[in-house]
Design a binder for this molecule. Sequence first.
Ligand SMILES: N[C@@H](CCC(=O)N[C@@H](CS)C(=O)NCC(=O)O)C(=O)O
Length: 346
Amino acid sequence: MFRRAFSAAAVFGFSWGGAGQKEQFVLGNEVKMPNISVIRPDVAQKNDVLVSRKVVNELDRTKLNIRLYQYETCPFCCKVRAYLDYHGFSYEIVEVNPVTRSQIKFSTDYKKVPIVRVNDEISLTESSLVVSQLATLLVLPDRTMKEVMSMYPTVEGTDDKGKAVVTHPNKYFVMMEKSLSVADMAAAREEREWREWVDSHFIHLISPNVYRSWNESLETFRWFQEVGDWHRTFPSWERCLAVYMGAAAMWGLSKRLKKRHNIDDERAAMKEACDKWIVAVGPTRKFMGGEKPNLADLALYGAMQSFYGCAAFAECCSSGPISEWYARMKSAVEKREGAYLLAARK
Ligand SMILES: N[C@@H](CCC(=O)N[C@@H](CS)C(=O)NCC(=O)O)C(=O)O
């Protein structure tokens, strides 16, 4: 049973302004206040895994029944959450145990997170693909999820080591039925290129930074335990195993990742990436998307949110223009400023 319900304002600590000057969402002909609640069930429903939280937006009438299987601090999962939250979707979160992964045993061929289940029948995987598919669903309100999925064909091939890989050549594309102006086409290209940069460059800088020493790795896992609410969702032996095994494994792996991605000084590389982003946004835009965040803004925000409690974030991202952009993003996401798009979908 769902016993504890908190308003999102209480959970996230944001406010909507003083009396009489609250922010409003215009949905079709209606002007509504966003009303988000976050429910934390204490126990699992019969024949189900424990839902760690349920985000409910009364204005989401899509009936998609979205469930996100995730690790709270996985950058790929954070990207998907940033997208869902900014657009005001209602959805459930299931925290997956990183050691046992028992919560995703229904998925026999795909063993990574995030996995997004829609109506308990469709599994969406690959964070950027998931975001493009959901974005297409919002742009084309008359299409079903299955129709949207068919717009993203898979291509089977092999990587440079001869291992079989499945790719989605158009995974950064949002499908439109109308033709775009030259300016909108340039903006869409910029958005795609920077989303790809987040996946192929920025995210690779995170592990070498947050696990760079045994102490930092352990600190990082202790923070994961805290924000992932592991105390509530996993028994103590699983928690202990996940913290110490995870910290040891990732400390070792981060050395290999550093080499693989040719990272010399991890902190300097992170600072350089943040500077590069700020230069790309430029001095006149609030976001890369202009007045509103686009999918590249949401991707980088999600990736950065995945390590905001770590020393690397404090050292590289908590001052200067990047911190100002991050604060603007945090506010836009937490206030569900993109929720107007959901209005078109019944
Ligand atoms: N390309 C995938 C990457 C997903 C991924 O690598 N997820 C990691 C967590 S950060 C994972 O599940 N690894 C397997 C594991 O932890 O067991 C995406 O964008 O969703």
